[in-house]
Design a protein around this ligand. Structure first.
Ligand code: GLN
Length: 312
């Protein structure tokens, strides 16, 4: 049975209060100065329920760089465009390697393990470029987020996008390597241009939780209207659970027990099927590049709500 709104309010407040003393935990991403500049003390939580409540605590309304959380939304768009044909170009297995790893690409002939590591997400973005200019593909991603979050104010942080572009040597290597195998269909700089801009989209926890809610609601908006089929929502959730935290996906499942997708900006989107979408943000990262305090917050919230998909 779903928790009552007041109970859930108290739980969210409680998790925030219990963990606020640990703000600043972990190391803020510093591969570009624009991310390193963020206040390491930031900490926000938002829970959007299928009943229509949005419960927030801390810095839940402050926009942050969503980074790899964007990969969930581009995957949903690409599956809409290509259906299961997408799986010819990207796999569905956890990689057991870091988010930006290149090692598997040689043996696996340029087919990345899953859509949530960088290589896989770059393929997914490349697939969205078919028949489009980069500007149009990015527009499609932004419009999708506006529609899902019911909020047209969501934009790209251009300074973050520019410095991703200026320093993205590793992503360029991944993209060029896959292009050599024929698994990128557009010039590398066009595909990466869109990829860097999608990573640089800024959203708050409240916006992110609302945008992810269709995955908790059998693929539908809570106001009605289908986003993806029930089956597709279930499958995206399965991929988030198995692959959403890179080589720490097993640990996240063990500790939190929910489908989740992290980003190097310190955000995590987690899905409670049937109940809620949760977004947390704390910029300090653990060794695997996932939000340290964000993971702790989800762990505590899942424990106290009994929301783990593996049993309460
Ligand atoms: N922009 C980052 C990159 O491509 C995103 C990675 C992440 O959030 N883990 O390296």
């Amino acid at each position: 049975t779903p928790l009552s709104t007041p109970d859930l309010h108290a739980l969210v407040e409680g998790v925030y209060a219990d963990l606020a003393p640990f703000r600043g935990e972990g190391a803020v991403a510093d591969y570009i100065p624009q991310l390193a500049r963020v206040d390491p003390q930031s900490f926000g939580l938002a829970v959007a329920t299928t009943g229509g409540d949005v419960i927030t605590a801390g810095d839940a309304l402050a926009p942050f760089s969503i980074q790899s959380v964007s990969k969930v939304f581009t995957l949903a768009l690409a599956l809409g465009k290509w259906g299961d044909g997408l799986w010819k170009r990207v796999g569905r297995e956890p990689s057991g390697t870091a988010f930006n790893s290149i090692v598997q690409l040689e043996q696996e002939k340029g087919i990345p393990r899953n859509p949530f590591i960088n290589a896989g997400a770059i393929v997914v973005t490349d697939s969205l470029l078919a028949g489009h200019q980069p500007r149009e593909a990015l527009g499609e991603i932004l419009r999708f987020l506006h529609f899902l979050a019911d909020d047209e104010s969501i934009v790209v942080d251009q300074a973050v996008a520019r410095s991703e572009q200026a320093t993205g040597f590793r992503n360029q290597a991944l993209a060029n390597y896959m292009r050599a195998f024929g698994n990128l269909h557009h010039p590398v700089d066009l595909t990466l241009g869109v990829y860097f801009h999608q990573c640089a989209i800024a959203m708050s926890c409240a916006q992110l939780a609302k945008a992810g809610l269709f995955l908790a609601n059998a693929g539908r908006l809570i106001t009605g209207g289908s986003v993806v089929s029930r089956e597709r929502a279930r499958r995206i959730n399965a991929l988030m659970l198995t692959c959403g935290h890179y080589d720490a996906s097993g640990d996240f499942a063990y500790r939190v027990g929910l489908p989740g997708k992290s980003g190097v900006g310190g955000g995590i989107l987690a899905i409670v099927p049937g109940q809620a979408a949760i977004a947390v943000w704390s910029p300090g990262l653990n060794a695997n590049g996932n939000s340290a305090l964000g993971t702790r917050a989800l762990e505590l919230l899942a424990q106290r709500t009994g929301w783990s998909v593996f049993g309460g």
